[in-house]
Design a protein around this ligand. Sequence first.
Ligand code: TXA
Ligand code: MG
Length: 318
Amino acid sequence: MFETEINTSVAKAAAWLHQGEVVGIPTETVYGLAGNALNEDAALKIFKAKNRPHFDPLIVHVHSIGEIEKYAAFIPAKAKLLLQKFSPGPLTVLLPKRECIPYLVTSGLDTVAIRVPNHPLTLQLLQEIDFPLAAPSANPFGYISPTSSYHVYDQLHGRIPYILDGGVTDVGVESTIVGFVGEEVVVNRLGGLAVEEIEKLVGKVRVETQQSANPKAPGMLQHHYAPKKKMLLLESANKATDIEAGYILYNEHLSHIPLQNQILLSPVGSLSEAAKNLFAAMRQLDKSNVSVIYAIRFPEVGLGRAINDRLYRACVNN
Ligand code: TXA
Ligand code: MG
């Protein structure tokens, strides 16, 4: 058991990591639970702290594109293009791993998921230490990802010594995971970087995010990112009839439902603002006294696709 400290000191985070411990770190997407990616004992502590099955590989975080070459044996041309344009940022690339990355981190796969997170404190931390950080989202396995240091504390206090406090995360949904198969670009997880942005640069991509049986990316597991309460996805507002339930909505209230049971993710109608507020709204309703949570499907464009993906997986009627 630890007395978990929340603090903005990068030096303290570095000190714990040097001792082989795991700490909460902010990124632009969601908070991560980070440990030395080159140290199997630290990786084991990550899996343990969040009850994560060992078949679910971790993302490795580095401070620059140059660092990626130390851990990936090869970077395809399209991966380079994407990295140059979108790193640091909510992009994770799947690349053939070098030997120094333990198979524990990749769950036995020959590829490593790697990204440059865009958060000043974590970039500073990565500069200060001389190893990359393996970091899954800092939530118990299967639950909603944390978008503030308080969310991390709420669920993992006592299990980790330290949370580096970088405020509320900007993007709010996890990174987009992209793999490279021959000449083809494959999106394995929809996330904070919109598919349209990727396609502008590398042309048409294949989106392959459903693999419930043998998940290559358990973010692909069908039931994931879920609250404890029952959550259901509705196709349109006229299906919302339960006046006692809680509602997660885009930009318009439902006139026939009590106002206090509704959360608008973006009153001004911005999908990126909605993505930023999504997980906090799910947590808020999970802690409230409503018995069921409903969400109404978002527009299937831009970050709306990642929002719909998370809602779909959080809901029991998928
Ligand atoms: O935005 C993010 O990506 C956040 C922040 C903390 O960086 N991290 C995150 O990690 O979402 P996690 O562990 O919750 O999700 C990582 C996903 C998992 O679904 C995992 O299966 C997939 O990445 N993944 C990791 N390595 C992989 C690999 N070699 N091949 C395919 N999928 C991989
Ligand atoms: Mg996760």
